[in-house]
Design a protein around this ligand. Structure first.
Ligand SMILES: NC(=O)C1=CN([C@@H]2O[C@H](COP(=O)(O)OP(=O)(O)OC[C@H]3O[C@@H](n4cnc5c(N)ncnc54)[C@H](OP(=O)(O)O)[C@@H]3O)[C@@H](O)[C@H]2O)[C@@H](O)CC1
Ligand SMILES: Nc1ncnc2c1ncn2[C@@H]1O[C@H](COP(=O)(O)OP(=O)(O)O)[C@@H](O)[C@H]1O
Ligand SMILES: [K+]
Length: 513
């Protein structure tokens, strides 16, 4: 049987959580000195695997990141590589472990100035890791500046120096790495931008921290992956019929009709048993001629809200989506707001996207007050800024925290989109998605994502799982289609991706493979 990663492999640890893991490991009987030795060995092994013998410069900082660096230097020297080492700090202030490995390095310790970069083919960045609290200054900054200017390849230990591993923010200047070796588990900053782009290839090394320490940490963040939610995926039942697969009701506006049609198509493809687009009568013919498997319901002039409310009385309409193409101009804005409030106050499971969010930019609290039932909102950064200006002000460089705060404030699962989409639940859980390719940055791709989410909700998946699954599948389809992707491709290529996903996670599980 192939090794199957499990949910705990996907945990993400902040700097303080990593510090607690480290302490718990020591309490569990693993000496700190062994952890540092293992960390350094993992880095040296990764370097030996990827580079052929060359002149290496190890730049050691004042903390334990520097301690790892002393270990790497010794191991590369033992492998007969030409190694130089420069140290920024004072020996008296080193931790006992780092001091031990400082002593164990029997080579020269050079002055920490940019001249040490001369004739170096590879830099091991052991300057700052999880302990960095402020932007690099003075000699450290000059060094990074010179590394960048000379374009020397870098292998970073834990995180590239200058990067905040908990948020992915550059605290100031950062030395971009070709390879980053981190320990135990990934950190949020390895996945969030700009951090992800600065790490290069990422290796996660086992340094002997027992898995049991995870139980003590009450972790609430994961990297998105099917291990997190495939057990709750609504696979079609052998004895099922279409009503078992739910009925998604999607509001479609008058002018941008393509948007909600993409949403409807996405909901259909991801397996909703039935999908109805409810549209103002003026636009009905456009929708009706364009849709086949999707049904189109008419909302009569001046009583759109009442007609929509009536559709909501049908208990089979179990998941609602409002927003794509709903309209924001003049009276359309008022209508969009009414449709949203109607869906929310009747406690329907609802997805709010695009115009359904922007329609409340003047008074976001009205929207938050209306959210009492299961709700997913899917803002891109622009929409997020309209609804949550205060959060953006208080935590400008921390997407994970911004999404979590927004979820708590609004009561909805928040999908804060982008290349590093964060899915956050009001209860504090959060997932960072890292499989989405840049090809998804195309008009309408978010509309399809809203359709994937509402389609999974219609099939009974819970909001946090449905949002996470939809975002991951959206990314997978993006990769499958590749360059040249347009939004229409996303629903059409989903079956291929779903088949592969089903084969791997459902059929394999059933057959005990
Ligand atoms: N399980 C584990 O956790 C394991 C962790 N391991 C390794 O330990 C690393 C974490 O070590 P760490 O906590 O000592 O922090 P690190 O990043 O080396 O630097 C902190 C020092 O820098 C200083 N300082 C901060 N900012 C500064 C600035 N801008 N400019 C100048 N100075 C600045 C700060 O001083 P202070 O802020 O107190 O003035 C402090 O002295 C981790 O990334 C991993 O590589 C492994 O050994 C294996 C086990
Ligand atoms: N550079 C990128 N890399 C990966 N995914 C991206 C990138 N830019 C946007 N996306 C994804 O594409 C989708 C765009 O959604 P959105 O901005 O709402 O567009 P639209 O309203 O045109 O549908 C989101 O799922 C977002 O996460
Ligand atoms: K580093």
């Amino acid at each position: 049987m192939n090794y199957k990663p499990n949910k705990s492999d996907r945990y993400l640890l902040t700097a303080s959580e990593m510090g607690r893991a480290d302490k718990a490991a020591v309490v569990a009987g693993v000496p700190a000195i062994d952890l540092m030795a293992a960390a350094g060995k993992a880095v040296a092994d990764a370097v030996l695997e990827r580079w052929s013998r060359c002149s290496v410069l190890v730049l050691c900082g004042p903390g334990n990141n520097g301690g790892d660096g002393f270990v790497v230097a010794k191991l590369l020297k033992a492998a007969d590589w030409p190694v130089r080492l420069a140290f920024l700090g004072s020996v008296e202030k080193l931790s006992p472990e780092a001091a031990h490995f400082y002593q164990a390095w029997q080579g020269e310790v050079e002055d920490y100035s940019v001249n040490v970069l001369d004739q170096s083919d590879l830099v091991i960045d052991a300057m700052f890791g999880a302990g960095l609290t402020r932007p690099l200054e003075g000699k450290a900054r000059d060094m990074v500046d010179a590394i960048i200017a000379r374009d020397i390849p870098v292998c970073a230990i834990d995180v590239p120096s200058g990067l905040d591993g908990s948020t992915g923010a550059a605290l100031g200047l950062v030395a971009p790495a070709e390879l980053t070796v981190t320990f135990f588990r990934k950190k949020p900053g390895h996945l969030l931008l700009p951090g992800r782009g600065l790490c290069g290839e990422l290796v996660v090394a086992d340094i002997g921290i027992p898995e049991t320490v995870l139980n003590e940490l009450n972790l609430q963040a994961w990297e998105n992956s099917p291990e997190l939610w495939y057990r709750n995926y609504p696979w079609p039942r052998t004895d099922g019929h279409k009503f078992h697969r739910g009925h998604a009701l999607i509001y479609g506006g008058e002018s941008m009709t393509g948007a909600s049609r993409l949403t409807a198509r996405g909901a259909m493809r991801i397996g909703a048993g039935l999908v109805t687009l409810a549209v103002p009568i003026k636009a009905w013919a456009v929708y009706a001629t364009a849709m086949t498997s999707v049904m189109v319901a008419k909302l009569e002039v001046s009583q759109e809200q009442e007609d929509f409310e009536e559709l909501l009385l049908d208990p089979r309409h179990n998941a609602i989506a409002v927003g794509p193409g709903a309209g924001l101009a003049g009276f359309e804005r008022i209508r969009t707001r009414k449709i949203v409030v109607t869906a929310l106050t009747t406690n329907h499971t609802t997805v709010l996207d695009a115009d359904a969010l922007s329609a409340f930019s003047e008074d976001p609290q009205t929207l938050f007050d209306a959210i009492n039932g299961p709700c997913v909102m899917t803002p891109h950064e622009g929409e997020f800024a309209r609804l949550f200006p205060e959060i953006n002000k208080s935590h400008p460089d921390d997407k994970l925290t911004r999404a979590r705060m927004a979820a708590k404030l609004s009561g909805a699962v928040v999908v804060l989109k982008g290349a590093d989409t964060v899915i956050a639940s009001p209860d504090g859980r959060a997932i960072i998605n890292a499989n989405a390719p840049a090809y998804l940055a195309t008009g309408g791709s978010g509309d399809v994502l809203a359709g994937f989410i509402v389609g999974l909700l219609a099939q009974g998946m819970l909001p946090f799982d449905a949002a996470s699954a939809a975002v991951w599948l959206h990314g997978e389809v993006g990769n499958d289609v590749g360059i040249g992707l347009i939004a229409e491709d996303l629903p059409e290529h989903l079956p291929k991706v779903l088949s592969a996903f089903q084969k791997h996670y459902f059929l394999a599980q059933k057959s005990g493979k």
